[in-house]
Design a protein around this ligand. Structure first.
Ligand code: 3NM
Length: 222
């Protein structure tokens, strides 16, 4: 396996996503605690009610990026290619309604990571052709963190993609918790992405530890 693909597969194991609207207290503290609990990748997703913009958004992005740098955790920016380039993020994640992956790839260069949310085989084929490094598949379970989420796909979507022959790194997203994360891995995912199971937890570090344990137990049954 290529070095980059192998690094991405490892990083996807416990992929924490958040922005200030997902946090009831300082996002920097939440990220530090999540890292102590064992997250392997972080995505800055500043979306939803009260989302920051302009210099405030950039300031938070830079602070979170610094926390990731110190811990050697790759830092991905959702959607905002200009911001990702300005702060030299490790990659960009885009949805189907955003810029095409081919354009993102051209802008950010070959070494950066490009993730794409896909819901169908056709969307996945297009994303792979356009240069995606990994795909996010969801929502696996019901979620209240995304207003315009598609219909719930279950772990069947991951199995279906693997049976179709996709070898690209895949991460499940949507309603994933420490109770159901193992099933996502058993279906063939390389990792799980979560917002609320970590950011909304009373004990962020412990939530990440429990998710990590579930991911590893699911891995063992792959
Ligand atoms: N994308 P939580 S579901 C950001 O289906 C996002 O592509 C989804 O948040 C998709 O872990 C989702 O709190 C929200 O359910 C995930």
């Amino acid at each position: 396996m290529q070095e980059k693909t192998s690094a991405i597969k490892d990083a996807l194991k416990l992929y924490f996503i958040m922005g200030s609207p997902n946090c009831h207290r300082d996002p920097v503290n939440i990220l530090e605690e999540a890292i102590r609990g064992g997250i392997s990748l972080f995505q800055f997703r500043e979306k939803g009610q009260g989302a920051l913009s302009g210099t405030q958004k950039k300031k938070l992005a830079t602070a979170l990026q610094q926390v990731c740098k110190e811990a050697n955790i790759p830092f991905i920016v959702n959607d905002d290619i200009d911001l990702a380039m300005e702060i030299d993020a490790d990659g960009v994640h885009i949805g189907q309604e955003d810029e095409a992956a081919s354009i993102v790839r051209k802008r950010i260069g070959a070494d950066k990571w490009v993730g794409v949310s896909a819901h169908t085989i056709e969307e996945a084929e297009r994303a792979i052709k356009d240069g995606a490094d990994y795909l996010g598949l969801g929502p696996i379970y019901p979620t209240s963190s995304k207003d315009d989420a598609e219909s719930v796909k279950g772990t069947a979507i991951i199995r279906q993609f693997r049976e179709h022959g996709f070898s690209i790194p895949l991460v499940g997203i949507g309603g994933i918790t420490s109770t159901n994360a193992a099933a996502v891995m058993e279906a063939g995912a390389d990792g799980v992405s979560v917002i609320s199971a970590i950011s909304g937890s009373e004990d962020v570090e412990d939530a990440a530890i429990r998710l990590n344990q579930a991911v590893h137990s699911g891995c063992a049954n792959q």
